[in-house]
Design a protein around this ligand. Structure first.
Ligand code: HXC
Ligand code: NAP
Length: 265
């Protein structure tokens, strides 16, 4: 990734921060973009302290003008964008029948619309420059699974999956590869506070993962690094699921019990 310029939305916290640290370790110049400078600056400082190059640009991805400004500032300070990671998100648990219009719009706005605005702004620049590029969208396995309580996020992630596949085809002639990573549960502060706030909820989530543990942020960052690297030069329009086997874990409980009974010892 030496010398490449990477924008990571939501790059100050959680998985975005892990990606920023890893991309920087691999030589990228990283631009961190989210609403709050207090989330961005400490991560940018950490990267600089490690000898890397990082820029913090406060951006609400729901606002296309702010997204255009992000791309313009990146170009002015670091040069044209080689890598875009759409990682920013918002989420909370709410029964579908109780979800307000504002709640729906908040999550769709960040996840689906924000991803489109970022792809559009960066894609225009990549197409004009004529040297290709890499786009990576962060989704979740409930883009294709049922997940009660997060209808806004699930619908938005499904939209981003569709957008990923469409751009993979539409922009491939420009040398732009578009892929997605679908993390399983990773105990970041953002996800934990919104989705498994109690010890009991956390235990239940973990117990559904065949590997019987949460993922680590760097395990998602490694997958992201692969997808934007030349090791994945022929990978386009794909989803890499990194979830310890969680979404496949649909076996009926009764069979699991039966398996335990016939297992030797
Ligand atoms: C019901 C809620 C709510 C909740 C907010 N709302 N939280 N409704 N239950 N817990 C409603 C509000 O009442 C309001 O509607 C509307 O949503 C907008 O709320 P605001 O606070 O004004 O929005 P905003 O400041 O834009 O904040 C966006 C946010 C917030 C999404 C609501 O949670 C946020 O900023 N989150 C960022 C961090 C985050 O969520 N990270 C988790 C990512 S983890 P009304 O009608 O009252 O005006 C993840 C994991 C996926 O995505 C997969 C795991 C396996
Ligand atoms: P997180 O730390 O809460 O990350 C969300 C990030 O989005 C924050 O940095 C936040 O920063 C930013 N953000 C929120 N609203 C924004 C807006 N309007 N404009 C710009 N940035 C905004 O949670 P995380 O766990 O690392 O999640 C990262 C990604 O992984 C998300 O796409 C999430 O859906 C996905 N994911 C996570 C898990 C998991 O278990 N952790 C599982 C599957 C998928 P500001 O508050 O500063 O704006």
């Amino acid at each position: 990734m030496g010398g490449q310029v990477a924008i990571i939305t939501g790059g100050g916290t959680g998985l975005g921060k892990a990606m920023a640290l890893e991309f920087s370790r691999l030589g990228a110049r990283v631009v961190l973009a989210s609403r709050k400078l207090e989330n961005l600056e400490p991560t940018a400082r950490e990267i600089r302290d490690r000898g890397g190059e990082a820029l913090a640009v406060p951006t609400d991805v729901r606002d296309p003008a702010q997204v255009d400004n992000l791309v313009a500032r990146t170009a002015a300070e670091f040069g044209p964008v080689d890598i875009l990671v759409n990682n920013a998100a918002g989420n909370f648990i709410c029964p579908a029948e109780n979800l307000s219009v504002n709640g729906w719009n908040a999550v769709l706005g960040i996840v689906l619309h924000g991803t489109f605005y970022c792809c559009r702004a960066v894609g225009r620049q990549m197409i004009e420059r004529g040297q290709g590029g890499k786009i990576l969208n962060v989704i979740a396995t409930y883009a294709w699974n049922g997940n009660p309580g997060t209808i806004h996020s699930a619908a938005a992630k499904a939209g981003v999956l569709s957008l990923t596949r469409t751009l993979a085809v539409e922009w491939a002639p420009y040398g732009i590869r578009t892929n997605a990573v679908a993390p399983g549960p990773v105990d970041t502060e953002g996800a934990a506070s919104q989705l498994w706030a109690s010890p009991e909820a956390s235990r239940v989530v973990r117990s559904q993962v065949p590997l019987n543990r949460f993922g680590r942020p760097e395990e998602i960052a490694w997958a992201a690094a692969y997808l934007v690297s030349d090791y994945a030069a022929y990978v386009n329009g794909e989803v890499l699921t990194v979830d310890g086997g969680a979404w496949l874990n649909k076996g009926m409980f009764v069979y699991r019990q039966a398996l335990e009974q016939v297992r030797p010892g």
